[in-house]
Ligand binder design. Sequence first.
Ligand code: 6PG
Length: 242
Amino acid sequence: MPDIRICGNVAELNHRVAEATAGAIVGAVRRRGRCSVVLSGGNTPRALYTHLASQYREQIPWADVHMFWGDERYVPASDPDSNYRMALDTLLAHVPCPDDHVHPMPVSTTPADAAASEYERTIRSHFPGEECDFDLVFLGLGEDGHTASLFPGSPAVTETRRWVTAVQVAAKPPVRLTMTLPRLTRAANIFVLAVGAKKAQALHDVVRDDADPRALPAAGLFSSKGTLTWWVDEEAAARLTD
Ligand code: 6PG
């Protein structure tokens, strides 16, 4: 049975996710001496990141946190579409996470395929001789059932060898870098955030037992090794009882 946490509104969702985030980070630091987090992009996490920056500056040991990205638009960091820029503006510029703990995807490396390989090397070097498992992964859900930049019908969805791959997508910007499901699903904890009525059909379809990840990539998260928690508001949850 999927672990779906339905929150009354976005403010409640952000508070509950922030509490769970603090708990996951403190637990990872206690166990491993640090916490390796994968941030998601898009709009939904903006308010969460802002809430973490303003209300959890003291409760979270930011100096022991390393930040990665699950996907990135292949645009300069200064571009308004950059997921790195969004996280910098809402969170990283406001908490004492050391600069050398922030690992953005290398969007200045060309071509995009080389950037993907470079990021895989960055991940491997971050976990020398240990399981390359992130402690906490944030993801979103697209209206078409995509997550990260794993879109329906994309060969990236069934990629099993590469940890990071470059993809061409119909959405703007068209070129993305994305972690693949085998990498994402090794995480100890995955938090998927889905807010608003526009996500209701996708959430309904993705959590069905017969959901095919090739058509609904977020369904691929159910092969996760660790915990998988769907944090949703009532509007996004509206079709779950259909
Ligand atoms: C991105 C995200 C993407 C996002 C979903 C939901 O780079 O855009 O990684 O997977 O999480 O598209 O986006 P919203 O939160 O904007 O609805």
